[in-house]
Design a binder for this molecule. Structure first.
Ligand SMILES: [Zn+2]
Length: 95
């Protein structure tokens, strides 16, 4: 596993982070965070751990994205169609 993914797991076990937080902590581009998250998720699965996403919401109308489980950033709110959406945060709960 790459050093970046190991660091990512260590960070997410300690504190929930958005993709932007991770990009700053790991010094990589935000768009590079998402494929790493997907890989981390698969790695964790084999260790009986899970990468979770905290529920996040539309900052315009308050719509809560509860069913989303892909590790990407949503484009727009399905309720009001605006793009003012809170950053989702990822974390790894202790088992
Ligand atoms: Zn909305």
């Amino acid at each position: 596993m790459s050093t970046i993914r190991k660091q990512m797991i260590t960070i997410l076990e300690e504190t929930p982070c958005s993709a932007r937080d991770l990009s700053q902590k790991l010094r990589i581009a935000e768009r590079e965070v998402y494929p790493h998250l997907q890989h981390v998720s698969r790695t964790l699965h084999s260790r009986r751990k899970q990468l979770k996403i905290l529920p996040f919401s539309c900052l315009s109308c308050g719509y809560v994205f509860t069913r989303r489980n892909r590790y990407t950033r949503p484009g727009k709110c399905p309720a009001c169609r605006k793009t003012y959406i809170q950053e989702p945060e990822y974390f790894i709960p202790a088992t």
